[in-house]
Design a binder for this molecule. Structure first.
Ligand code: GCW
Length: 680
């Protein structure tokens, strides 16, 4: 069962039913033009392994065509050269693939080698789910950047990692044994992720030592066969703190030369390095503003260095002042920071810079309005930053299936210049502003834990991330059910139970942690875990609620508040400007109202707080009972480990419920109509 954890959804568990389906699959795999360590070679091996596991059938892998039916896997060029019929194949874009199971010979044809691998994983996913329907399909990615970020520190700890120590680093050096690194790459390839940043954005310059550069070469070698390109986070001050220069000013000739030299050395070790990720002038990190240079000048410094090598720079928009924000100023607002910093820089970034924007203007909260920065980056490439690691969202001790949260951002239409501008399909696809280089990054933070994320059920979030980055219109329930079949089997009780629990989980978590857009009321100065509503205010972090004895919420209107609503294109700005047209789930994100303000349900804000917290805790309390239906259907180890987590969640949801309800009861002195709160 430990194996089951490590393989995640790639278990290739034997289908029930006496191998009757073996005949459906040809007995040979022809892997065209595959050299060992190439993705096509790996694809052939994976196919062989999967068919053996799923159907108990042994198939050969060759590189020559065979007599009789086979599974042909190869790039479109190799397929054409081998005399394959390409007339029927629709146009494939980079990383796209064609899968045809209609005939006796099964065709898996990729636009490139990654595409081949993705096609093989798709075919295995169908077999693994016992789905033998004939398919003929071509599919292409919605965006070219489908990356994950790891916040791994060089000492082996992981910032906001909840699943053990780093698989990449220990004691300030890269690990010698890259077994888990390639296993991780395999999982990533199966969800079509094509890049990874391996070290924390709060970057330690020691990543640039000769020893670590050599180690990055080994990491890249381990991931390359799976089509996953490696990149690193940089510390802006490295030329000074690590290189011994007197400055790290981005326009200084010696600094430019230093980065050029470092970059060339890195590309010697990692010839296909994906690029750099940079967090600058944020939360104490150094950056160009120190030298009165713009963020664009800072980003372009690295863009110039990687450009000759074909690399890109992901430059984070998470820039804000965490020292001087002052809550006594009604107009101060951290949410304004990203647009304030980046708006006037549109057009100043080199074309291989991608601005990486967190989904909301604050910080991975349970509910946020979408970042308005996406509307302002019209000449600049952009990518969205999501979190699979559940920093504010229960840290994998709580089941929270995140795609419904992500989709509510991805599906949002920003109406730029009055035209359809849906974040996923129009903006991140590059279509709306004519961009080639756009996409997705998710902070994942897997660790040495045998389940990768510390919890079996949390893996559905990683799985779904890959699918949504490929196609943001994919249905979150379909994705979840595919994942469930592959991970736990196709029994109807399993599917129904995990679907119900997962789809209830984000609403429940929002109910017991922070309602109506007030954010996750957690301990924001510390671990971001557990309830601590009083920690939100009276500090410069800017995750304020402005709760007092009579009223609550951030007034972000233009007419009377921080003006944040005005950062959206006019149609959306107008919607958020008034209470009447603001969606209720974002009421307190945009408006400051009395606790007695009446919602559409007829309940007051305060009564809604009480009711929602009780409802959320009640849903969480039902999870262990729901899961218990799977006894005997899921192997004992995964059954028990999951039950343990869900029982813990049920208890912790009560802690949340009581802490939050009691806190607002105390400061508002308003009784709970149902007499549950404050009665002890
Ligand atoms: O909210 C903060 C997290 C930090 C993180 C930062 C960021 C890596 O608490 O741990 O630093 O966001 O995204 O840069």
């Amino acid at each position: 069962a430990a194996e089951d954890g490590l393989n995640g959804w790639l278990r290739y568990a034997r289908l029930p039913g006496n191998n009757t389906k073996q005949a459906i699959v040809p007995s040979s795999i022809v892997a065209l033009n595959s050299t060992e360590t190439s993705p096509v070679y790996v694809a052939g091996q994976e196919l062989q392994k999967g068919i053996k596991g799923i159907l108990g059938k042994t198939v050969d892998v060759t590189s020559e065509s065979v007599d009789g039916p086979s599974i042909v896997v190869g790039t479109i060029d190799a397929f054409t050269a081998a005399g394959g019929d390409t007339d029927v194949i629709p146009e494939l874009e980079e990383d796209g693939f064609w899968l045809n199971t209609e005939g006796d010979t099964i065709e898996i044809v990729g636009q490139n080698e990654c595409g081949v691998l993705y096609g093989v994983f798709e075919y295995l996913s169908l077999l693994g789910q016992g789905n033998f329907t004939k398919v003929t399909k071509a599919t292409n990615p919605s965006a070219s950047i489908r990356w994950v970020n790891q916040w791994d520190n060089m000492d082996g700890t992981i910032e906001r990692g909840f699943a053990g120590l780093s698989i990449f680093f220990e004691k300030n050096v890269t690990v010698a044994n890259t077994t888990r690194v390639s296993e991780y790459a395999r999982l990533l390839a199966s969800i079509r992720v094509n890049g990874i940043i391996v070290n924390n954005v709060n970057a330690n310059p020691i990543i640039l030592s000769d020893e670590n550069m050599a180690g990055l070469g080994r990491i890249a070698d381990a991931m390359r066969p799976w089509g996953v390109r490696v990149g690193i986070s940089l510390n802006f001050a490295s030329p000074q703190t690590f290189g011994g220069l007197s400055t790290f000013g981005p326009l200084d000739e010696s600094v430019i030369a230093w980065w050029g030299d470092i970059t060339n050395k890195l590309y010697e070790k990692v010839p296909d390095m994906a690029g750099y990720l940079v967090k600058a002038n944020s939360e104490g990190q150094p950056g160009p503003l120190t030298y009165n240079r713009t963020l664009a000048e800072g980003a372009n410094l690295f863009a110039n260095a990687v450009k000759p090598h074909g690399g890109i720079v992901m430059f984070r928009a998470f820039v804000y002042d965490s020292v001087n924000l002052n809550e006594s100023n009604w107009k101060d607002d951290r949410a304004n920071a990203a647009v304030d910093f980046f708006r006037d820089l549109d057009g100043d970034f080199d074309d291989n810079v991608v601005v990486q924007v967190k989904y909301g203007p604050i910080d991975f909260q349970v509910r946020e309005a979408p970042s308005p920065l996406f509307a302002h980056l019209q000449q600049t490439a952009s990518a969205i930053e999501l979190q699979v690691t559940q920093e504010y969202l229960g840290q994998q001790c709580h089941l929270v299936y995140l795609p419904p949260l992500w989709k509510q951002i991805l599906n949002f239409d920003l109406r730029v210049d009055g035209e359809k501008s849906v974040i996923g399909t129009d903006i991140l696809s590059g279509k709306r502003f004519g961009k080639e280089l756009t996409g997705y990054a998710a902070v994942v933070n897997v660790g040495h834990n045998a389940t990768w994320l510390g919890s079996h059920l949390a893996m559905s979030n990683l799985y779904a991330y890959g699918w949504l980055a490929w196609d943001p219109t994919d249905n979150e329930v379909t994705i979840l059910q595919d994942w469930t079949r592959l991970t736990f089997g196709s029994d109807k009780t399993i599917i129904d139970t995990i679907t119900k629990m997962s789809m209830e989980s984000w609403p429940a978590y929002e109910n017991y942690t922070g309602n109506l857009g007030i954010q996750t009321l957690t301990d924001i100065t510390g671990p971001h875990y557990g309830p601590n509503p009083q920690s939100m205010d009276n500090n410069p972090w800017g995750q304020w609620t402005r709760a007092d004895a009579t009223s609550i919420g951030m007034d972000r209107t233009v007419w009377n508040g921080t003006g944040f609503a005005g950062q959206y294109p006019s149609e959306i700005a107008a919607q958020f400007e008034t209470i009447e047209t603001t969606p209720e789930e974002l009421l307190l994100w945009f408006h400051h109202v009395p606790y007695t303000h009446v919602l559409s349900t007829g309940a007051t804000v305060i009564q809604h707080f009480y009711d929602a917290h009780y409802a959320g805790a009640e849903t969480a309390a039902s999870f262990p009972t729901q899961w218990a239906k799977l006894v005997g259907l899921v192997d004992p180890q995964r059954f028990d480990e999951t039950l343990f987590r869900l029982m813990y969640q049920a208890g912790h949801a009560i802690v949340w419920r009581d802490a939050i309800s009691q806190f607002y009861h105390n400061i508002s002195s308003i009784a709970d109509e149902r007499a549950r709160v404050g009665s002890h």
